[in-house]
Design a protein. Structure first.
Length: 137
């Protein structure tokens, strides 16, 4: 993955994140990805909560390649970017690392949906423009 990730979130590893093998449980990584994703959405004006929200993002698919275990105590940095915007969806790439090394790489596809009709819609132009500006292209 190229090194350009405009959003970066630091997350402390909690004792409760560990599984019986003494390292962070794989499910926790997806919570970390979610934190970075929400930070990205906030930066590009993609609303994710509120009673009056009628258009917003839905996570369609996500994958994670685990590169190394993470232990307590530690801190992870989760970085994210959007390398591709399609008609009704966009791709997000993530890199998760500790101060020592990369521990995971992940990808997600986000679909923009009209919540009233439960149908996909075109990624709104203001969101497209905000992504281009944030990504520097």
């Amino acid at each position: 993955m190229p090194d350009s990730f405009p959003i970066s979130v630091e997350i402390p590893v909690l004792w409760g994140d560990l599984d019986s093998f003494g390292h962070v449980n794989n499910a926790r990584y997806f919570t970390w990805l979610e934190a970075a994703r929400m930070a990205y959405f906030a930066r590009v004006g993609l609303e994710t909560s509120g009673a009056d929200i009628t258009v917003g993002p839905i996570l369609a698919t996500t994958t994670c390649n685990f590169l190394a275990p993470v232990h307590h105590p530690d801190t992870v940095t989760v970085q994210t970017r959007v390398p591709r915007v399609g008609n009704t969806s966009f791709q997000m790439d993530y890199r998760v690392s500790t101060p020592e090394h990369a521990v995971a790489e992940a990808t997600a596809i986000i679909v923009v949906v009209d919540y009233r009709s439960s149908s996909k819609i075109r990624v709104p132009d203001p969101v497209r423009a905000a992504i281009r500006a944030l990504e520097g292209r």
